[in-house]
Design a protein around this ligand. Sequence first.
Ligand SMILES: C[S@@+](CC[C@H](N)C(=O)[O-])C[C@H]1O[C@@H](n2cnc3c(N)ncnc32)[C@H](O)[C@@H]1O
Length: 213
Amino acid sequence: MGQANQYSTALLFEIHDSRFANLLEECLKESEHLTAPEGDTTFGFWMQTLADLHLLDMELKGLAETYKIDPLTRTVEFTGDETRIQYRIAHLEKVRGKKTLYAELVDAYGDTNAYAFHNLYPYKGKFYPRVVRTLINAFNLDKDALLLDPFNGSGTTTHEASLMGIQSVGVDITPIGVMLARLKDELLFLSEDDLAFSLDDLTDILRAIENRR
Ligand SMILES: C[S@@+](CC[C@H](N)C(=O)[O-])C[C@H]1O[C@@H](n2cnc3c(N)ncnc32)[C@H](O)[C@@H]1O
């Protein structure tokens, strides 16, 4: 009886397994179609809302000469400077088969808001870097531009501008915002020599922190 039970249990698992395997295979086929768009210029599966599509549209309006977005296949056709678009755009994963710089940054830091010191401090009300980049692209600013954020907070806007090679001026009424905005940019341009502290330097730094200077 015990043996019969064992067999039937094994058989049941086998049936379940094969059904499960079939189901899984179907799901994978379906999700492959959904997650891997065909085409060389594509946007990611994370883009789910009409707002995301609108932001992509704004960027392409600024950066491309002509373009056509296909939201169903999540692909884009465009004419224009593909290298510049690949370096700058925030709402595409790939441009003509090459991963965008933005997708690389986000993948490297595992977070769309955390790359390159953006998350140094959880300043209340700070902008999303991706949206800032979208606006910079929508206005097609380049290295000859000078960007002003008169309410710069902890400097998401000025920091993103620096990352894109655009000069900027930030103003804020809050001293901690000004300090953070400066610090983020300074960290970007730090050279290895700046980190060559001696033991005495480190002791001085720790004393300064201890004395809240
Ligand atoms: C939403 S936050 C700005 C976010 C910022 N633009 C960014 O890129 O992350 C608004 C900022 O406006 C600043 N602010 C409010 N009134 C101000 C004023 N009269 N002059 C300068 N800054 C002001 C606040 O201190 C706050 O940091």
